[in-house]
Design a protein around this ligand. Sequence first.
Ligand SMILES: NC(=O)c1ccc[n+]([C@@H]2O[C@H](COP(=O)([O-])OP(=O)(O)OC[C@H]3O[C@@H](n4cnc5c(N)ncnc54)[C@H](OP(=O)(O)O)[C@@H]3O)[C@@H](O)[C@H]2O)c1
Length: 285
Amino acid sequence: MRILVFGRVGQLGSALAELLPSHHVVTFLDQPDVNLAKPETLPDLIRQIEPELVINAAAYTAVDKAESEPQLAELINAHAPRAMAKTCQTLGIPLIHYSTDYVFDGTASTPYTEEVPVAPKSVYGRTKLAGEEGVAKETDQHIILRTAWLYSHIGHNFLKTMLRVASEGKPLRVVDDQMGSPTFAWDLGMASVALVNALESGRDDVYGIFHATNAGVTSWHGFAQKIFELAKADQVDLTPIPTESYPTPAPRPAYSVLDSGRLNRVVGVKMPDWQDALTRCIARL
Ligand SMILES: NC(=O)c1ccc[n+]([C@@H]2O[C@H](COP(=O)([O-])OP(=O)(O)OC[C@H]3O[C@@H](n4cnc5c(N)ncnc54)[C@H](OP(=O)(O)O)[C@@H]3O)[C@@H](O)[C@H]2O)c1
């Protein structure tokens, strides 16, 4: 298939660049060749490439900064994917797009399925939800993968921050009352490839929203503990703290656990355990 991917340099884009099977003809678009803050430019860009599938791995992902840049976040996270979806609908091709646990309010105590009502509490969450809604409004041929706590050996993320701060010999205070599933971008990439394969084989029952995170649950503090154990940095001074001791501009969901069961039922993808994923990621650092 001819596949157009927006966003090659991010965590997910890097995974897709490695994982998309080589028989596909894949074009990646990044800044400055594309600026998602200018959604009106997207239809022509997409048409020029004549793709059979569009994947949007790009987004405004600075959760706290979004609180002070809501218009920019809205353009990139909501207007741009909607413009992509509209063009895909005109061309009769599918769109794979990504969203987040931040569409939920985080007050649940059991894993969120795709059907649970959304209630975002931050600018980032609201713009990502608007992106989901815009995509779904423009085309039925959409796949939206909601993920959470994404990290990788590439890019900026919690794993890299923990290892950097630890290498500086500084003590660390990490929240232990927010629960979620750390997700290796490569495993999200593998789930995406399974959906691309399903589309390539002509399946039309793989549309809609899927949750896709690594399996298992921990806190940010538990994630940090495991990082230091696997990275053999046992000497780190790591203290658990409550959320109220670490205020952030954007509120964080207390409970971010997503149920990835639909992904397993529809395309047979069983997301690996988060500790196994972390071991594989750290081996690549
Ligand atoms: N990171 C997480 O913890 C997390 C959690 C849940 C869901 N998600 C979702 O998962 C998806 C992938 O996230 P990620 O962590 O891989 O993101 P990322 O590493 O932050 O990468 C974002 C990508 O978007 C591109 N981008 C940003 N602004 C752009 C613009 N104006 N024009 C063109 N490209 C632009 C970036 O390119 P430049 O570097 O050139 O700006 C980069 O390629 C996103 O939809 C995100 O919302 C992420």
